[in-house]
Design a protein around this ligand. Sequence first.
Ligand SMILES: [Zn+2]
Length: 58
Amino acid sequence: MSKPCPICGRPPVDDFKPFCSRRCKTVDLNRWLSEGYRIPVADDWDEDPEAPPPQRPN
Ligand SMILES: [Zn+2]
C-alpha cells in the first residue's frame, strides 16, 4: 500500500519513509533547500564597526 520513493521510485524503508534510503531523503531535503529557502538579507544593519565599546559602570 505504500507509495514508492519520490526520488527513485523504489519501495520505501520504514526508517526513511517516504524515502527508500537516507540518501534519497537527503537528496529531497537538498532539493527543497536550494529551491525554496533563501536566507533573508539583513537590510537594517546599523552596527557601527568604529563605535567605541560600551562603557561599563565602575
Ligand atoms: Zn529512493
